[in-house]
Design a protein around this ligand. Sequence first.
Ligand code: EPU
Length: 416
Amino acid sequence: MDKLLIRGGKRLSGEIAISGAKNAALPILCAGLLTADTLQLSNVPLLQDVATMQKLLQQMGLAIEQQDGAVALCGRDVNKLEAPYEMVKTMRASILVLGPLLARFGEARVSLPGGCAIGSRPVDQHIKGLQAMGAEIRIEAGYIHARAMKLKGARIVTDMITVTGTENLLMAATLADGETVLDNAAREPEVTDLANLLVAMGAQIDGIGSDRLTVVGVPALHGASHSVIADRIETGTFMCAVAAAGGDVVLRHTRAHLLEAVVEKLREAGAIITAGDDWLRVQMSGRPKPVSFRTTEYPGFPTDMQAQVMALDCLADGTSRVTETIFENRYMHVQELNRLGAAIEIDGHTAIVHGVQKLVGAPVMATDLRASASLVIAGLAAEGETLVDRIYHLDRGYDRIEAKLSAVGADIERIR
Ligand code: EPU
């Protein structure tokens, strides 16, 4: 199993190119199931989760050609309407094939994802929404069996805001009979990116970017070209790395607009952030100030940045309070950060972070994707050597993180 060895204490300086967003690329790849034509995608990040999704779609009969970040998908010969447990258990986002398969083929068989390291994460809202559109759904032997001669437009109000739930229902609605209104829809930029691709494919969607999406179904969708938006979480992760280790780094092919809540917090922590149309620059010197925050849906502070900003808070000159409201168990990084010398206590859904003067390197273990990123950030700022184990979590969602960090002066290497 690969590990990352980090010798901390190096200032970061230079430029990093930000990749396409994982959480936009995954639903967008699934949109390839909605048409018999070809989708030409660019800026697709080279990640384990993207490779897993492509493998799943190929098993279904989708033809995929890939060259670096360019991916062409052709859904003409899709014939296997199933996402097996072996795939879904390694990547929950596999649930995103359910809506498209049901809408285009009237049938789908998708394994139930089950729990994961950050919480129980049910998919009841995806199911409830599809049922409202007329699908018959049975759960049997761990699988969702869904059928519908033809989905019908419906008004759907989800019980909570769900990102992949909104994406699944949005894709399903594009080919349904009549009008679907999705209320309480997720407004994350990745949902908007998917919606923009669907419109380019011929879908009729109103309210893009708002919490009410109105979709008038069309008989068929056609091919389109689309460039995946920048990864705001990768952007935020590198911003935290600079804020924790100190330095001056320009992030290219990304926009501050995608993560204003995070930019605001990092400014409060003392970072100087300037931005242009497709870049942003982070400068930091000295000890960070403590920043308290609550995770919420977009445009609020993203749960996917909670662990990384907490790593910064560990070194702050004072105490901060971090409250996680999206997932019930997303504090797996706390014990590991404490092993590096942090002083964090958990009180229910809140972490109280007492800033310390310095962190000291130690062997630590990654438990999920964003927790791993927080350990890398802490390792870059710590004195001495930090060895991060189980970095397959990191490879799921970060495109060559160690190469990008080495290029700006970090002392980080992959041990195979
Ligand atoms: N929920 C339900 N029932 C549902 C759907 C969601 O109870 O049917 C609950 C979840 O358990 C959670 C909350 O609603 O407590 C929000 O979950 P959501 O459905 O929005 O999460 P998701 O769609 O499964 C996506 C991202 C996550 C990100 C969350 C929140 C993708 C592929 N994944 O997950 O990304 O944390 O939205 O923003 O888009 C990551 O990249 O590290 C990651 C975990």
